[in-house]
Design a protein around this ligand. Structure first.
Ligand SMILES: Cc1ncc(COP(=O)(O)O)c(C=O)c1O
Length: 396
């Protein structure tokens, strides 16, 4: 496939706007829409319980989607649980483990609220101790401090890529530290899956969460929780009921084996099928090509912002910088900058990006965030920088 031109042909919206809000959610390629259409128009039925042919077909496609997801992140079939999104996946982890007073939970100062609030709640409710690994203003973690804090931890939760600063963390090294201490290692991979290689075994992950609608180019409403099979005995399903059982009496139930044990009720069947189609589409392009394109765009963007003397955030070492560039155009409010860019049909996100502790630490009320996927082009970045140049000139 020619990058980005062939991908752009599959995504009609790329002809209408410059879409730089991929961290929030990505655009949808036609093959993904078609896969979901096919489910709704040709074999619309519930999974698992039906004998009729439509239900058989839906079950086959749903479980085939699970296999595609599992292979994509190096997991086993039964280790993949479909959820609503990364937030739900991370909450389920906190809700399904047993907690005792004094349990130590270690995380980073850069987490999205969805990988912070669940641990804060555990800490409040059960008296667990929350410890934060030190790091600098660019988002670089202090690995020596990580090693110190992880000693004696019950659980370590780290984001792979920051949605606010764009930094790629050393998850593999931190996972190794966690495993050496016998701690449970949780990875928030919401901003990495679909953008770069994610292999649950290489990362030493016990749990890994991501959403279908971001990097994997799937629909909204479908997410994934990877559960290492070694966790099956200690991880209780927070939700139980239809589909999760092997046997039930009026005063008794026996849960079935994973993954069904962790999927109560009718799942998002069309969503899972769409997610698998997104992953197949990503595989057709190749993760190496996606990464290369995003790196090219980040290099051009950060160089352009520097030349315009526009402050941008995240690591100066671009090898550690994923396709997310946060910046500000003082004295303008981030929302005003986003509104001006919108007038030029450039879609960016502005605000605190569900990472308020990061904003407070930097002493700012938010940032403007341009975030990329493989269908974004160098020409789009040039247009974006031209608009910013005009804006900066008008302010001086
Ligand atoms: C790093 C990170 N974690 C978790 C989430 C939550 O994802 P979702 O809103 O799809 O649940 C996001 C969303 O932006 C994110 O960037």
């Amino acid at each position: 496939m020619r990058i980005p031109d062939d991908v752009r042909k599959d995504i009609p919206l790329t002809q209408e706007v410059i879409y730089f809000d991929n961290t929030a959610t990505s655009l949808t390629p036609i093959p993904v829409v078609k896969a979901m259409d096919e489910y709704y128009l040709k074999y619309r039925a519930n999974v698992h319980r039906g004998v009729h042919r439509l239900s058989q077909m839906a079950t086959h496609k749903y479980e085939e989607s699970r296999k595609i997801v599992a292979e994509f992140i190096g997991a086993k079939f039964e280790e993949i649980v479909f959820t609503k999104n990364a937030s739900e996946s991370l909450n389920l982890v906190a809700l399904g483990l047993e907690w005792n007073r004094g349990d130590k939970i270690v995380t980073t100062p850069y987490e999205h609220h969805s990988d912070l609030l669940p641990w804060q709640r555990v800490s409040k409710k059960y008296g667990a101790k929350l410890e934060i690994i030190k790091g600098d203003d660019e988002g670089n973690l202090d690995l020596a401090d990580a090693e110190k804090k992880i000693k004696g931890a019950k659980l370590v939760a780290v984001q792979h890529v920051s949605n606010a600063l764009g930094v790629i963390h050393e998850v593999e090294e931190i996972g190794k530290m966690a495993k050496e201490e016998g701690a449970i290692f949780v990875v928030d991979a919401a901003q990495s899956v679909g953008h770069m290689e994610v292999d649950v075994r290489k990362l030493h992950a016990d749990f890994l969460a991501f959403s279908g609608h971001k990097g994997p180019l799937g629909p909204t409403g479908i997410g994934v929780l990877y559960i290492n099979e070694e966790m099956f005995d200690i991880f209780e399903p927070p939700l139980i009921g239809g589909g999760t059982i092997e046997d039930v009496d009026l005063y008794f139930y026996k849960l079935t084996s994973p993954p069904e044990r962790y999927e109560a009720g009718t799942p998002n069947i069309g969503g899972a099928i769409g997610l698998a189609a997104g992953i197949k589409y990503i595989e057709k392009i190749g993760l190496d090509k996606i990464e290369k394109q995003e790196r090219k765009l980040v290099k051009k963007t950060t160089k352009g912002l520097t030349e315009l003397e526009i402050p941008w955030y995240g690591p100066r070492n671009l090898k550690k910088h994923a396709g997310v560039v946060s910046f500000n155009v003082p004295p303008l409010h981030p929302h005003d900058v986003a509104a001006i860019l919108d007038e030029h049909k450039i879609m960016v996100r502005s605000g605190h990006h569900c990472a308020l502790p990061v904003m407070k630490r930097l002493g700012i009320n938010g940032t403007v965030r341009a975030s990329f996927h493989v269908y974004n082009s160098v020409e789009e970045v040039e247009t974006f920088l031209d608009v910013l140049e005009e804006l900066v000139k008008s302010l001086r």
